[in-house]
Design a protein around this ligand. Structure first.
Ligand SMILES: NC(=O)c1ccc[n+]([C@@H]2O[C@H](COP(=O)([O-])OP(=O)(O)OC[C@H]3O[C@@H](n4cnc5c(N)ncnc54)[C@H](OP(=O)(O)O)[C@@H]3O)[C@@H](O)[C@H]2O)c1
Length: 247
């Protein structure tokens, strides 16, 4: 039971890959989910070369059959899951951006549904499917990759730094994800499981873009810290590098 078993969705690149690297310090077995198995295997080779105990599972969060496959994988190999990092996500437009794809009044309905499917509905379904295995962990941790752009408080404040950074589909999907964090943490309040939302920072990834101020090497820290919270750590919170963010 000494090694913790983790699953990071969308771990083949970007923040998911960086979080896998950062979990090396905590001596965690990392299984990365990757839609493309070849890309996932290439990422695992890099992780192993860096000293991470890593494996890959072909996984698309929008395919419900993959939830059962993930359950079967962790159940048969380990009989439990200690850490779930719900990292896979899509932007639904280029950041920072303007135009119909970002607009509350003009967003194409299909785009709104697609972003919610990946960033919200699928995350809820996967987490609920894996929850029986996380309940078998002595210290389960669920990390939902949210964003500062989920904050209704900051979006409503003309003086906040994100006031003009409005991408409706993405922002609303992450606000809904934050609601999942709060509701699930409430339900699990008398268990050993902690559920938190992470804002990684605005990070240079394919999604974050070149203008992002934070380097990828810094971007995994919030997820890794929430994935390895001590037993007296928080649950049902929204954090960036240890500091709470307004909902
Ligand atoms: N970068 C930032 O500044 C920033 C800020 C706040 C929050 N976030 C959040 O952090 C998370 C990671 O973002 P990132 O910047 O690393 O993005 P990224 O570079 O675009 O990487 C996204 C990852 O998610 C995977 N993915 C997308 N759709 C998927 C699906 N249907 N099934 C499985 N995997 C899927 C991608 O896989 P493929 O390679 O197969 O496409 C990729 O591994 C996201 O949830 C994002 O919203 C990012």
């Amino acid at each position: 039971m000494s090694e913790k078993i983790s699953f990071i969705t969308g771990g083949n690149r970007g923040l998911g890959f960086q979080t896998a690297l950062d979990l090396k310090q905590a001596g965690v077995k990392v299984v990365i989910g990757s839609r493309d198995l070849v890309q996932g295997e290439q990422a695992v080779a890099k992780l192993r070369a860096a000293g991470v105990d890593a494996d890959v599972l072909q996984f698309d969060i929008t395919k419900p059959a993959d939830y059962q496959a993930a359950y079967d994988y962790f159940n048969s190999k380990y009989g439990r899951l200690d850490i779930l990092v719900n990292n896979a996500g899509i932007a639904g437009g280029t950041f920072p951006g303007t135009g119909p794809d970002h607009s509350a009044s003009e967003v194409p309905s299909a785009l709104l549904h697609k972003v919610f499917e990946t960033n919200f509905f699928a995350v809820v379904a996967l987490t609920d499917a894996l929850l029986p295995l996380i309940k078998k962990s002595p210290a389960g941790r669920i990390v939902n990759l949210s964003s500062i752009l989920a904050s209704l408080t900051l979006h409503a404040d003309p003086k906040s730094p994100i006031y003009n950074a409005k991408s409706f589909a993405y922002d609303a999907s992450k606000t809904a994800l934050n609601a999942f964090t709060i509701h699930l943490a409430y339900e699990l309040r008398d268990t050993n499981i902690k559920v938190n939302s992470a804002h990684p920072g605005w990070v240079k990834t394919d999604m974050g873009g070149d203008q992002a101020p934070m380097e990828l090497s810094e971007g995994g820290k919030t997820s890794a810290a929430l994935a390895t919270l001590p037993n007296n750590g928080p649950s049902g919170g929204f954090f960036h590098q240890g500091k709470p963010l307004p909902w």
